[in-house]
Write a protein that binds this ligand. Structure first.
Ligand SMILES: Nc1nc2c(c(=O)[nH]1)N[C@H]1C(S)=C(S)[C@@H](COP(=O)(O)OP(=O)(O)OC[C@H]3O[C@@H](n4cnc5c(=O)[nH]c(N)nc54)[C@H](O)[C@@H]3O)O[C@H]1N2
Ligand SMILES: Nc1nc2c(c(=O)[nH]1)N[C@H]1C(S)=C(S)[C@@H](COP(=O)(O)OP(=O)(O)OC[C@H]3O[C@@H](n4cnc5c(=O)[nH]c(N)nc54)[C@H](O)[C@@H]3O)O[C@H]1N2
Ligand code: SF4
Ligand SMILES: [Mo]
Length: 679
């Protein structure tokens, strides 16, 4: 039998590698060796043949004539984008000779890897690369740009990233989308919610922006940014006051409900209404709806945790299902993230023990601008892969200033000459996930899937795994782990008795089946991984870590004294900055917009569809304003991480702060302030 990639024609199973909870099963149609169509795999039990428009059009990206097909070195000035073709041998030689010299003169910590999950494949995102940089003894990166604040908050309450099985949410009678733009970012949860709705469920959306998800709701609740913990505490106040709590559940499965009952007395409806902008009447309706509907399910989004108080916010919301005993109901509970169910042996894959000198400094990826411009022992070389920090990281102007440094030896491995790659000294072409072998674990559903290469590598493109194998060889690293095959690594990762749910899943079985459901048991009844083994409404651990032990509303920080809170959220047709450089997807998305309330617009003499200047001390953007009632007064929302096209000014992260969230060292993209005026 031929490998898929060697067969010019046919239909082949695949998996979407984008950083999206749905992790869809795909069918790739090929003719003459090229992908001509991508559709959803109808046999995939969760995603069932439907996929988003982004990926339906992905061949426009894979075969975009701008795609990189050979290594290059810089010939112009930093950031200018002038490059000359070189061979892989030359590229690897130039990188490793520079690094060997740096290690000798400045020490290995002068080198920093910088990556994220542009490709969610486990091998390509966190295996050979980690082994390599541990062995090198380089500075280590804290990869905290996405979910870390909320993960830390959820963990205090629930112990681990485990929640409801999304497949069961069709049984829920109330579905709350809380700070999640699911129509754009988790479309199959919406499909499941629609199914539940057909069986009588109500859909509530709580958001600062009435976007497509808000429009789909039976009830849209508009809230002031960063105040959701207060709303949840107000709900708890009413649930306790009206005796709508599940006493049996609280006694058996939680710690601290008596303390919580007393604590939430202060969050009376009037106080909470004043904080959140949600009326007293609506607060009562919401609390009573939640208190009387079962099963109820909350999809906790990422929007909440990109605030100063994001960790505590998610810690607080994740207490709610316990109050009404939802964790014992089929389809009840909540999902923040479900990655805990599919845990594999990451140590065997990453080999942190290769870092023999234990003190390697750690750099938080959210403060890469600071790290590149302010450190006393400067970063002298950075290797960027699977991420585009010039666009996606906060305090963008600081980041780009750092990337511009003449003395920074920058290597970027990507499919495209991204904004970051334009600053590189060496650019390496990356293969797409469709050209690689890999395995995938969703952070939402319970399936593990395999990717076998379905097409030949594009030009001279190479996978992340292969690049680090080659770099290891060139550096003279002799450990056999640097020569492991993809199949060996997959089996090593999945051979993990600590997680009995994945016992039957391995490389050979995946080859045969393409996707396999982990044998997941619900989290309750059972012992959670919190210190008490129960749901911790009161947490001693939080107290020890310097936080209030009970869920608490803590306002977001006072940013600059400017009139608007600025929420630069993701959009429908891009995935972070991916697709922002592909014509098809930018055409679908049309324009970089700023949503503004009609009262604010009137007061500033701004009219719908005008170009506006958005600025603060960190930077400036030009966006097209959409005036209406989709956002509250004092709030402005943009959507999407747009490309840096000459003649435009649409890099929204020029405006975002690089301070860190209350927990987990997360990013606070949504807690900054701006001013807006017509141009
Ligand atoms: N189409 C598309 N899909 C994506 C992505 C993408 O860029 N595009 N990105 C992927 C990634 S990496 C991630 S992490 C997820 C993120 O996807 P989501 O979990 O949906 O998170 P966000 O889109 O960041 O924010 C969700 C919502 O939070 C709202 N929000 C902001 N602040 C607040 C607040 O204080 N309170 C409330 N209640 N709402 C608030 C925003 O208006 C937005 O509608 O999506 C993934 N999927
Ligand atoms: N203002 C604002 N900023 C945000 C957010 C927000 O909501 N608002 N969201 C934040 C969040 S949640 C996240 S997760 C980050 C995500 O930010 P990033 O991780 O930077 O994600 P992308 O912008 O999708 O960039 C991924 C890059 O990886 C490349 N790539 C894909 N596959 C491979 C591969 O196999 N190998 C290599 N070498 N490269 C590959 C792609 O071509 C692309 O350039 O952005 C954050 N930034
Ligand atoms: S981006 Fe998300 S919804 Fe779209 S195909 Fe990939 S996994 Fe599915
Ligand atoms: Mo993310």
């Amino acid at each position: 039998m031929y490998a898929y990639k060697d067969q010019p024609d046919g239909i082949f199973p695949s998996v979407c590698s984008l950083d999206c909870p749905d992790q869809c099963g795909l069918l790739i149609h090929k003719k003459n060796g090229k992908i001509i169509k991508v559709e959803g795999d109808p046999d995939h039990p969760v995603t069932r043949g439907s996929i988003c428009n982004k990926v339906r059009n992905i061949s426009e990206r894979l075969y975009d004539k701008k795609r990189l097909s050979y290594p290059m070195k810089r010939v112009g000035k930093k950031g200018e984008g002038q490059f000359e073709r070189i061979t892989w041998e030359e590229a690897l030689q130039m990188i490793t000779s520079r690094w060997k010299k740096l290690i000798e003169t400045e020490g290995p910590e002068s080198i920093l890897p910088y990556s994220y999950y542009g490709n969610m494949g486990v091998l390509n995102s966190e295996s050979m690369d980690r082994r390599f940089f541990y062995k090198l003894g380089s500075s280590q990166l804290d990869r905290k740009i996405c979910q870390s604040a909320g993960e830390a908050g959820y963990r205090y309450t629930m112990g681990d990233s485990k929640g409801t099985n999304p497949e069961e949410t069709i049984h829920a009678k109330l579905i709350v989308f809380w700070g999640v733009n699911a129509v754009s970012t988790n479309m199959h949860q919406v499909v499941l919610a629609q199914k539940a709705r057909k069986n009588g469920a109500k859909i509530v959306v709580i958001d600062v922006h009435e976007n497509q998800t808000g429009k789909m709701a039976d009830w849209f609740i508009q809230i002031k940014p960063g105040t959701d913990a207060a709303l949840a505490l107000g709900m708890m106040h009413i649930l306790f006051a009206e005796n709508a709590v599940d006493q049996f559940f609280l006694e058996k499965y939680t710690v601290g409900y008596e303390e919580l009952r007393k604590h939430v007395v202060q969050y009376d409806p009037e106080t909470v209404a004043a904080i959140t902008g949600v009326s007293v009447e609506d607060l009562y309706s919401l609390a009573r709806l939640y208190g009387t509907t079962s099963p109820s399910f909350i999809r906790i989004g990422n929007g909440l945790q990109h605030h100063d108080n994001g960790g505590m916010c998610i810690r607080t919301i994740s207490c709610l299902p316990a109050l009404t005993g939802q964790w014992l109901k089929q389809g009840g509970g909540a999902i923040k993230a479900n990655s805990g169910y599919l845990a594999f042996d990451s140590e065997a894959l990453q080999r942190p023990d290769f870092l023999q000198h234990k003190a390697a400094r750690r750099i938080n990826m959210n403060q890469i601008g600071q790290a590149l411009t302010e450190l006393e022992r400067p970063v002298k070389s950075m290797f960027v892969y699977s991420t585009n920090p010039a666009v996606v990281a906060p305090e963008g102007n600081k980041v780009r200033k750092g990337l511009e440094r003449e003395d920074l030896f920058l290597v970027v491995h990507d499919l495209f000459l991204t904004e970051t790659a334009k600053y590189a000294d060496i650019v390496l072409p990356a293969s797409s996930s469709y050209e690689n072998t890999d395995f995938f674990t969703s952070y939402w559903h319970h399936f593990i899937q395999i990717q076998q290469p379905v097409i030949q590598p594009y030009g001279e493109a190479k996978s992340n795994v292969e690049v680090f194998r080659l770099l290891a060889k060139e550096m003279g690293f002799e450990e056999p782990e640097f020569r492991e095959t993809d199949a060996e690594m997959i089996n090593r990762a999945l051979d993990f008795p600590e997680n009995p749910f994945i016992e039957k899943i391995n490389y050979e079985a995946l080859l045969e089946k393409q996707f396999m459901r982990a044998d997941v048991k619900p989290i309750l009844p059972g012992k959670l991984s919190t210190p008490s083994g129960k749901i911790e409404l009161y947490s001693e651990k939080m107290k020890a870590d310097g936080y209030p032990p009970l869920p608490t509303y803590i306002p977001i920080k006072q940013d600059e004294e400017l009139p608007y809170i600025f929420i630069p959220a993701p959009n429908h047709n891009f995935l972070n900055s991916t697709f922002s450089n592909n014509e098809k997807h930018t055409q679908l998305e049309k324009k970089a917009r700023l949503y503004m309330n009609i009262e604010d617009a009137k007061a500033s003499g701004i009219e719908d569809e005008q170009e506006v200047r958005v600025w603060n001390s960190r930077g400036e953007c030009r966006l097209t304003v959409s005036v209406g009632r989709q956002v509250l007064p004092g709030v402005v929302v943009s959507q999407g991480l747009w490309a840096d096209v000459p003649g435009t000014k649409q890099l929204v992260n020029s405006l975002t702060p690089d301070r860190l969230s209350d927990m987990g060292g997360g990013a606070v993209f949504f807690s900054g302030r701006v001013n807006v005026a017509k141009v």
